[in-house]
Design a protein around this ligand. Structure first.
Ligand SMILES: [Zn+2]
Length: 126
């Protein structure tokens, strides 16, 4: 990522493209950036679970729940990370960023358009 390139002297600026508060690395971008935390909090509210902002990868493989529920939560987390990464690129290259509330809404809407996820009953989603 950017920090690695920075260490190699390839780029001058290793600041997080989204919050511009701290150095960017994958740990920051997905787990401690305020922007990501706001998106993840909202997705957690929607799923009615508290999503950890730290160790989310460890958490997803070590929790209880039905297979269906796990599949839904995992697919949603994947979508979250994918969308946060896209926002990071959009901020960096196009100087545009979607409001975290709006992004959370897009993630939820995307999910309903996903054939895998839309094969489940509505009640399974929450
Ligand atoms: Zn940040």
């Amino acid at each position: 990522m950017k920090e690695k390139l920075h260490n190699l002297g390839i780029t001058e600026d290793a600041t997080c493209c989204i919050c511009v508060n701290t150095d960017e690395n994958s740990e920051h971008l997905f787990f401690s950036c305020d922007y990501s935390n706001r998106v993840i909090d909202q997705i957690g509210d929607w799923l009615r679970i508290v999503l950890p902002t730290q160790n989310i990868l460890h958490w997803r493989f070590n929790r209880n729940g039905s297979k269906t529920r796990k599949a839904i939560v995992d697919a949603t987390i994947n979508s979250c990370m994918h969308n946060i990464w896209r926002q990071r690129n959009s901020s960096k290259y196009e100087l545009k960023i979607t409001h975290p509330n709006k992004l959370a809404q897009i993630i939820v809407e995307d999910r309903s358009q996903n054939p895998f996820l839309s094969s489940f009953e509505q009640e399974d989603w929450r």
